[in-house]
Design a protein around this ligand. Structure first.
Ligand SMILES: [Fe+2]
Length: 371
């Protein structure tokens, strides 16, 4: 299996993994042959990367982050609970009959923690491809999965993990009270519009604070996830130690997921590009220790992605080193100078520290030059 961008994929390729719709059901099944029309539709839906079958890497099997059943349940629960809040026409948080989110999300969070405990793989979120009718649902779930995996590896106990995971799932819940047109507006927001969107942090906090059984620290993930260490964030311009650890984790993975997911105003970046950008702003904005922890845990070069090495070799990531996921094992299939090679071989980048990944998706052989 190999990861390709929708733009570079040639018609005739077969899907290596299903693509799911907004309620977690299969939209396009494994082995479906992609036509020009389907590729176009996928691009419109915002699916910019997916896995295809590929003879050079047919032994590479990519597991989803969650089991199919739990993924479906999680998608549906997040969607239906968030929609209830959106449909509550009161624009304030003083709903007469607020939904009991803790009750709906508690079993889900515990199942997520249990499942993630079983997997030892590096964090890859590109494995589960979805189309969604609202960016907010998928983003909330992704941020929850990233934060939970990070908190787990960081050694949080079950109770802390629960509070972090729940807070991450609901960090943007205030956006259910911001107009959909504004949230999905293509192009740059005006100053006034930006001020309006920024209100979601405080609105989210108010919603959660008024609900039964929501830990205050989870509510603070909503309140503080846009605060930055240098005080440049919002809504309160908190600095350093005043920003809780949970909100610092959520702040990092929120930005990372936003960059690696397709948005109306921007194409999705690949993980390594997003990590570079996070690092560029890390001195002032993010907790450097947490950012390094994150970089060391996430597969910035996911399984199946095509990479160019500093040696001029071009290949596909076929395995990850659990402890150093950014130095994977690459199956070389082509040389920059001379083209395809007869017998592919593998290079373990964790053992060849002088060799760097210099580019991704450049090969002609692997079919990355369609348009
Ligand atoms: Fe936010």
């Amino acid at each position: 299996m190999r990861l390709v961008s929708t733009r570079s994929c040639k018609p005739g390729a077969k899907l290596g993994k299903p693509i799911y719709n907004e309620v977690g059901q299969v939209l396009l099944g494994k082995d479906v042959e992609l036509t020009e029309r389907l590729l176009h539709r996928l691009e419109e839906y915002g699916v910019h990367y997916f896995y295809i079958e590929d003879p050079l890497t047919e032994d590479v099997v990519i597991e989803g982050v969650l089991s199919d059943d739990l993924r479906r349940e999680a998608t549906q629960t997040v969607r239906s609970e968030f929609r209830k809040l959106m449909n509550d026409t009161l624009k304030t948080t003083k709903s007469v009959n607020p939904p009991d989110l803790a009750n709906s999300f508690r079993p889900l969070i515990h199942s997520v923690i249990d499942e993630l405990t079983q997997t030892s793989q590096a964090m890859i979120m590109l494995t589960d491809m979805h189309v969604t009718d609202h960016y907010l649902y998928q983003h909330s779930l992704n941020v929850c999965l990233y934060a939970t995996q990070l908190g787990m590896s960081y050694g949080y106990n079950r109770n802390d993990l629960y509070m972090l995971s729940l807070g991450a799932l609901m960090h943007d819940i205030g956006k259910t009270k911001i107009s959909r047109e504004l949230l999905l507006k293509p192009g740059k927001l005006t100053a006034d519009e930006y001020e309006e969107v920024k209100k979601h942090a405080e609105i989210g906090f108010d919603i959660l604070r008024g609900m039964p059984n929501i830990p205050l620290l989870s509510a603070h993930c909503a309140f503080q996830h846009h605060e930055r260490l240098d005080g440049s964030g919002y809504p309160r311009g908190l600095k350093g130690e005043d920003i809780h650890d949970f909100a610092r984790w959520v702040g990092i993975v929120d930005v990372f997921d936003a960059m690696t997911t397709h948005r109306v105003y921007r194409k999705a970046m690949l993980p390594h590009e997003a990590v570079d950008i996070l690092y560029a702003g890390s001195m002032d904005h993010f907790d450097r220790d947490k950012l390094s922890w994150f970089r060391d845990k996430i597969a910035i070069y996911p399984l199946g992605i095509e990479v160019t090495l500093s040696t001029g070799e071009i290949g596909v990531v076929v395995d990850l080193n659990a402890n150093i996921p950014h130095r994977p094992i690459v199956r070389i299939v082509e040389l920059e100078e001379s083209g395809p090679i007869a017998v592919p071989y593998e290079v373990d980048l964790s053992k060849k520290l002088s060799v760097m990944i210099t580019d991704v998706n450049r090969s002609k052989l692997l079919g990355n030059q369609r348009r």
